[in-house]
Design a protein around this ligand. Structure first.
Ligand code: FES
Length: 104
């Protein structure tokens, strides 16, 4: 299986408590760092395409800034209908770089 870890930039681009939108392969991904841990979730909202990286974080969930849909960062589950609407991606740091795994 192709692990396909994609370098999306230096670690400093996503400091603790911040988020950034990155491109990994064909995917727009919202990258968050919360309490030191990185999370990567589909950056385009399943509702109408809002920018998830601009959402606020509360209790492990991101709120889309356009109409308020909320998703669990760990699973991509939408908190009202409990369906997995956003894809989530493995993310790691390696020698000062952030890498996201996008399976082929
Ligand atoms: S586009 Fe995200 S809630 Fe509507």
């Amino acid at each position: 299986m192709n692990e396909n870890w994609i370098d999306v930039g230096p670690s400093e681009q996503c400091l603790d408590g911040t988020a950034v939108e990155v491109i990994a392969g064909d995917h727009v991904i919202a990258l968050f760092r919360i309490a030191g841990k990185l999370w990567a979730i589909d950056g385009i909202c399943a509702h109408q395409g809002g920018p998830i990286a601009q959402g606020e974080i509360h209790d492990g969930c991101v709120t889309c800034p356009w109409h308020g849909w909320q998703y669990e960062l760990a699973t991509g589950v939408q908190t009202i209908n409990r369906k997995t609407l956003q894809r989530v991606f493995p993310v790691r740091e390696c020698e000062g770089r952030i890498e996201i795994q996008v399976s082929m």
